[in-house]
Design a protein around this ligand. Sequence first.
Ligand SMILES: Nc1nc2c(ncn2[C@@H]2O[C@H](COP(=O)(O)OP(=O)(O)O)[C@@H](O)[C@H]2O)c(=O)[nH]1
Ligand SMILES: [Mg+2]
Ligand SMILES: [Zn+2]
Length: 267
Amino acid sequence: MPFSGNRCYVENKKLNRMTKAYNKQIEKMRLKKDREALFDDQRTPFARKISRNMDQILIVASILQPEFSYGVVDRFLVLASYEKIIPILCITKIDLLSDETAVKCWVELYTSLGINVHSISALAKIGMDKLTGELTGKRTALAGHSGVGKSTILNTICPSLKIETGQVNLITGKGRHITRSVRLYRLDDDTDVFDLPGIRLIDFPDLNPTEVAAHFPDFRPYDGLCRFNDCSHLSEPGCVIKDAAESGELKRDRYNSYLRIIEELKL
Ligand SMILES: Nc1nc2c(ncn2[C@@H]2O[C@H](COP(=O)(O)OP(=O)(O)O)[C@@H](O)[C@H]2O)c(=O)[nH]1
Ligand SMILES: [Mg+2]
Ligand SMILES: [Zn+2]
């Protein structure tokens, strides 16, 4: 008896047709099982289910429409580090910029933090082969603000998917919320992508505010240098991280992301 996910081959025309139908059935069962793995247990935090079921998380951020959001990117990077999921950062819509300096700055910043970064345009088909290579043979969670171009990336990699894509409201720069539930897309036999819904679903299950700094690799050079051993890098005197953010030695946007995550965890 074949199990879910197994493939069967039989050398007989009539049987072959049946086998094809059977394979389809097995495939359906496997998809169902995969989806259930993410949703059956209400007590397991969503982020933990992702880390248990995925090989990696692809964090998508557009450079414009909507504008690059350190908040979203850094939040997912902390989540990935905390849950020990491999993150890949995908900076997209680079066709919208004539000046590449900004993109270069983000690529350099995140590469220096040890993150695998791709700058692409799904519409202009720039950098798509390399990105596709990252996903092939893996199970990837897809994260990022609505409207950044996640569905367009999947459609470009696999046109037969024909996923509905949203229009960006140019006044607010925010995307319309087209994706409402987690969708599993099978790009090929062993390549799955889970398109996650609104980022509010991605909670930090049991992360303590005092642990957040440990997930900011750019804070490492300052370890042990603050006046107080248990410095939370918020408003204590003699905090070298706060000073470094003020002088620009540490990227201010990254420090702001840190403050926002702490604030959120304290709510
Ligand atoms: N200029 C440009 N627009 C893009 C690109 N990728 C997506 N878009 C547009 O951005 C909007 C939102 O895309 P969508 O894939 O639905 O975003 P999602 O909400 O993250 O799935 C759509 O109007 C897309 O046509 C790109 O590489 N360049
Ligand atoms: Mg979408
Ligand atoms: Zn400090």
